[in-house]
Design a protein around this ligand. Structure first.
Ligand SMILES: Nc1ncnc2c1ncn2[C@@H]1O[C@H](COP(=O)(O)OP(=O)(O)OP(=O)(O)O)[C@@H](O)[C@H]1O
Ligand SMILES: [Mg+2]
Length: 327
């Protein structure tokens, strides 16, 4: 039996927004970015978190590395409630879990040399200064930067996006974490360098046996990186299961729309519009019942009345009334 490293149970992250004036006008004052999510990750497992812009992927990731705290439910790491960690346990958690962000230029201080940027986590973790240089070089080699010494005295603007994202990845890995959340790590990069960075991510993950969450709105990328996929929509999980099964036979109508929108290989890179239209969902005002029902081509009465529970269907979990026993 493997024990889960990450366990999320009915987790919520509701942001308070708006002013007294907007409240008086009856406008909703809460964004339900994450609204009742449950899943677990075994050690060494990696999962893609997939969904359109605004569905709560980054918010979910931020909860898991404690850049935010749950406003309801539970998120545990190695058995401990993440939001309750303090002192030494919190410091240990900070070195064991890391997030890699979308834009590498936002992730580093433009006035720091790369040596200084890379040394920050080492200093925070109390690693003796005499070890820093070796560890920095080793981490840069891990992400396959050739001649790592030449980067130490450079500043971020002297690197390409792809090089800098490798440095950011190296910094996230320098304390040898167990768990990494990669939030669209290649979406800001030139198409020509994406594959290289993705391959480095996969290679490092496998080599270090990392447990990982790979966030993307692009099913083709998730498919390339992760054996398991969680499909999110408006703060909730629609479908969770093996990526290949999801791609071959999507069960949830939302997943079906995402799969239908993936361009065929060798076609140009532009995606087909989703067959359900682009109406950006508003998490301040989600529909009653199933949050997807106002865009769902298969919605029926029950979908407005009742939130669908997650049901096991073969190797997958699906939250859709089409899969209710009585439905
Ligand atoms: N700090 C915040 N305060 C208020 N609302 C927020 C905050 N951060 C995110 N939101 C809102 O929460 C919802 C989910 O945002 P989130 O960034 O998690 O989505 P996402 O799936 O990562 O989207 P994208 O693909 O565009 O990065 C959005 O409606 C967003 O506007
Ligand atoms: Mg995001």
């Amino acid at each position: 039996m493997t024990t889960p490293l990450v366990e999320v149970e009915n987790a919520q992250l509701h942001y308070r927004v708006g002013s007294a004036v907007s409240a008086m006008m009856g406008l909703p004052s809460v964004v339900k970015a994450v609204d009742g999510i449950s899943f677990s990750l075994n050690k060494g497992e990696s999962v893609g978190l997939l969904g359109e812009s605004g569905c709560g992927k980054t918010s979910m990731g931020r909860l898991l590395v404690r850049l935010e705290n749950v406003t309801g439910g539970s998120a545990r790491f190695d058995g401990a409630e993440i939001s309750q960690l303090k002192g030494r346990a919190l410091r240990t958690f900070r070195s064991r879990s890391q997030m890699i962000f979308q834009n590498p230029f936002d992730a580093v201080n433009p006035r720091y040399t790369l040596a200084k940027t890379m040394a920050e986590p080492l200093a925070n973790a109390g690693i003796p200064k005499s070890e820093w240089r070796d560890r920095i070089i080793k981490a840069l080699e891990l992400v396959r930067l050739a001649d790592p010494e030449q980067y130490l005295d450079r500043f971020p603007h002297q690197l390409s996006g792809g090089q800098l994202q490798r440095v950011v990845m190296a910094r996230a890995l320098i304390l040898e974490p167990d768990f990494v959340v990669a939030d669209e790590p290649v979406s800001m990069l030139d198409v020509s360098v994406r594959a290289g960075v993705l391959n480095v991510f996969r290679e490092v993950r496998d080599k270090l046996g990392l447990t990982a969450i790979y966030i993307s709105h692009d099913l083709a990328l998730v498919r390339y990186v992760c054996e398991r996929t969680i499909v999110m929509y408006l703060g909730r999980i629609m479908e969770d299961g093996p990526t290949e099964a999801i791609v071959r036979e999507p069960l949830h109508p939302y997943t079906q729309a995402l799969v239908a929108a993936v361009p065929t290989p060798n076609a140009d890179q532009s995606h087909e519009p989703l067959p359900i239209g682009r109406g950006a969902p508003d998490p301040r005002n989600p529909p009653s019942g199933c949050v997807f029902r106002d865009r769902c081509p298969k919605a029926f009465d029950r979908c407005a009345a009742e939130v669908p529970a997650s049901k096991k269907v073969g190797t997958r979990h699906v939250a859709c009334h089409l899969f209710d026993e009585a439905g």
